[in-house]
Design a protein around this ligand. Structure first.
Ligand SMILES: Nc1ncnc2c1ncn2[C@@H]1O[C@H](COP(=O)(O)OP(=O)(O)OP(=O)(O)O)[C@@H](O)[C@H]1O
Length: 357
């Protein structure tokens, strides 16, 4: 990059990451810049990046249209768009989504899905439906499987984005609604189910997926959904027995504790009574009712075809785990031996043993 007095640049900033600046002088092999925040900074030329002073106020919808494709330019463009609630931006065929942390229902309704259906990629505003549609069309045209990779740091919005992609694909590949247990309904209901058993509150995300997943949706020759398979990877198992303050165990445990009759049946109560849940004092999630979530989990199990017998077996295991966590031991008479500590521990041991039978 060739610099001269008056060159518009981006300079590093400890608080803002990057700040707009202008070259005012040269000091030996260093450059002095005046930043938009009113500071004068002396730095090496390699630490400065060209800045487009005439950048569109609202940003550009594809990063490839930026005059200078550098990190500060990209971040500035995303910020300009985000301020206007434009959370999606392309970089060629890649879609960048910035988490809005607020519901934007107008972006995802049936009307929007209809709009993106069959529209050439890039013709409409950047959108996750456009990516899903492009892969659906490519599959139909080339008769070959397509993959969509969703990546980002924790809390970036991968789970929500994946659900939107699945929603769109079931929209374009669904059949006229019949009963509740169509393949597309089963595909969609797999989400609340996986989230109940594999998602938990972390310090970064109230609904953090603690596993990876590969979702496969199969289509027939005319583009209708014919089947689906979901493979999960690397569930964070240690969370079942150990959680840090501010975080939670898997949602399913709190749901079962709030289930009313079922909780009584398994001799459960408030999460604060169970060691595997009370290591953290966070029991509730903002805007989430565990009893209602329990009903949703049961409904999802029904729809994906988990029998009532299997459901009961699953809940017995969950309750058994909670009881198991409440068993305490104390040193026994013999060297290196242990005995059940007290009546309470005996009760939980008996419960766990019965539930695991
Ligand atoms: N498109 C969106 N519209 C509205 N809210 C969103 C959107 N994407 C993400 N969010 C919000 O951000 C939260 C975190 O998103 P999400 O769980 O999808 O992140 P993630 O990348 O899957 O995180 P993790 O890796 O921890 O599982 C969601 O619970 C939701 O509140």
């Amino acid at each position: 990059m060739s610099l001269r007095k008056g060159s518009k640049v981006w300079a590093e900033d400890r608080d803002l990451a990057w700040v707009a600046a202008e070259v005012v002088d040269f000091v030996g092999d260093q450059v002095q810049v005046a930043t938009s925040s009113g500071n004068k900074v002396v730095t090496l030329p390699v630490k400065l990046f060209s800045r487009d002073e005439d950048a569109d106020h609202g940003g550009v919808d594809d990063m490839t249209k930026l005059t200078y494709l550098n990190e500060p330019g990209v971040l500035d463009n995303l910020e300009r768009r985000y301020t206007l609630n434009e959370i999606y931006t392309y970089t060629g065929s890649i879609l960048i989504a910035v988490n809005p942390f607020t519901r934007l229902p107008h972006l995802y309704n049936a009307h929007m899905m209809e709009q993106y259906k069959g529209a050439p990629f890039g013709e409409l505003s950047p959108h996750v439906f456009a990516v899903a549609d492009a892969s659906y069309r490519a599959m139909m045209k080339e008769a070959r499987s397509q993959s969509i990779l969703v990546s980002g740091e924790s809390g970036a919005g991968k789970t929500e984005t994946t659900k939107l992609i699945m929603q769109y694909l079931t929209f374009v590949g669904g059949r006229a609604a019949g009963d509740d247990r169509t393949v597309e309904q089963q595909v969609l209901e797999s989400n609340p189910l996986l989230e109940a058993f594999g998602n938990a509150r972390t310090v970064r995300n109230d609904n953090s997926s603690r596993f990876g997943k590969f979702v496969e949706i199969q289509f027939d020759a005319i583009g209708k959904i014919s089947g689906a398979a979901i493979r999960t990877y690397l569930l964070e198992r240690s969370r079942v027995v150990q959680i840090t303050d501010g975080e939670r165990n898997y949602h399913c445990f709190y749901q079962l504790c709030a289930s009313g009759g079922d909780a009584e049946k398994y001799k459960l109560g408030h999460p604060s009574h169970f060691h595997y849940l009370n290591q953290s004092k966070t029991y509730e999630l903002d805007g989430v009712n565990s009893a209602e979530e329990y009903m949703k989990t049961i409904r999802a199990m029904d729809i994906v075809g988990i029998s009532h017998g299997e459901q009961e077996a699953i809940f017995c295991i969950l309750a058994g785990i909670l009881h198991l966590g409440n068993i305490d031991f104390s040193p026994g008479q013999e060297h290196d031996s242990s005995v059940i500590k007290d009546q309470k521990s005996s009760f939980h041991m008996e419960m766990a043993a019965n539930l695991f039978m």
